[in-house]
Write a protein that binds this ligand. Structure first.
Ligand code: TXA
Ligand code: MG
Length: 326
């Protein structure tokens, strides 16, 4: 066992140089990281995740100075957003350079780039010196990990080195902004909101758009528990829970602030940032109960909650599937 942080980081960097995959904490979710410049290393990520080869990965970099290595065109908006939000939970889609292997982008002419805010991730990136391709460290279509234990549960001996950076502060994946076309567009909402982005670069479209590149975060079924899942307002949720129990079903609840009497489940705060922080861990705990049905209390609809609703909607669509495909 390694003892100090320095030893762990040295081991991790050595493994990355050998073309191995490691579990890496970021402020959003844990990633499965490999050297983005080694196609064979990147291929291992796809094999571990069971992810289709045409779903592109995000390349993580130590700072905006590394952009020219990966991005052929760096529009002013990219510089402004990097300046405002990096290190942080924001991914920029830009035209790629020839340095970016096809395995990373699924053959597309664009690449996703992000500088993560987690101190361990930054230490690894600085010591490593290159870019790290890293998707969320979950099997394709399943719930993203927010602790090192989640990554170990999911991959076990398949990923021997998992750096433990504690609980992810943000808890849901980065906001993805596509700056590769004529109009800036948010492809995946996250805790950096449309309003925050517009305050820096002006109007931004929302949604995948007809011509935007394929993004697995835009597939309907994603982030999904194995237990069938239904989202309802509080009163309807309590009724449904009673009815299901009367039918002999075991029901697990995900409630805001407090559980109804005599029910089992998890509670999350009625505040978007805190809710996002706890969401994936709560879904994992609930899924492990082996209930017949997971009932989720519908959170508020206003602006702050957009990214949470996005993840809950996808989780609901994919829930109950008995394999890893969405
Ligand atoms: O917060 C995050 O972004 C986390 C942490 C580990 O950094 N990573 C993450 O990676 O969520 P992943 O692979 O689970 O999701 C990346 C998303 C996918 O939906 C992928 O399709 C999209 O980014 N993406 C990557 N490159 C793209 C590109 N060139 N064009 C469009 N979408 C892209
Ligand atoms: Mg993912």
């Amino acid at each position: 066992m390694s003892t100090s942080n320095e030893t762990r980081i040295d081991d991790a960097v050595a493994a990355l140089r050998r073309g191995e995959v490691i579990g890496l904490p970021t402020e959003t979710v844990y990633g499965l990281a490999a050297d983005a410049s080694q196609p064979a290393a990147v291929a291992k990520i796809f094999a571990l995740k069971g992810r289709p080869a045409d779903h592109p990965l995000i390349v993580h970099i130590a700072d905006a100075d590394a952009l020219p290595m990966w991005a052929a065109t760096i529009p002013p908006a990219a510089r402004q957003l990097a300046q405002a939000f990096w290190p942080g939970p924001l991914t920029l889609i830009l035209q790629r350079t020839a340095h970016v292997p096809d395995t990373v982008t699924g053959g597309q002419d664009t690449v996703g780039l992000r500088c993560p805010a987690h101190p361990l991730a930054l230490q690894v990136l600085r010591a490593f010196g290159g870019g790290l391709a890293a998707p969320s460290a979950n099997r394709f279509g399943r719930i993203s990990p927010t602790t090192a234990a989640h990554v170990r549960d999911e991959f076990g001996a398949g990923v021997p080195i998992v750096l433990d950076g504690g609980d992810c502060a943000v808890g849901i994946e980065s906001t993805i902004v596509d700056l590769s076309g004529d109009t800036p567009r948010i492809l995946r909402p996250g805790m950096i909101s449309q309003a925050q982005i517009e305050a820096v670069i002006g109007p931004v479209a929302l949604g995948s758009g007809v011509h935007s590149p394929r993004a697995s975060g835009t597939l309907e079924a994603h982030y999904a528990p194995r237990t069938p899942m239904l989202m309802l307002p509080r009163a309807a949720l309590e009724n449904e829970a009673q009815q299901q129990r009367a039918l002999g079903k075991r029901v697990a609840l995900l409630a805001l602030d407090a559980l109804p009497a005599d029910s089992e489940g998890e509670i999350l705060p009625n505040e978007a940032t805190a809710y996002a922080h706890g969401l994936y861990a709560a879904l994992r705990t609930l899924d492990a109960l082996g209930a017949n049905l997971l009932l989720v209390e519908r959170p508020p609809e206003h602006g702050d909650w957009l990214a949470v609703h996005d993840r809950l909607r996808r989780a609901t669509v994919g829930a109950g599937a008995d394999d890893d495909a969405p």
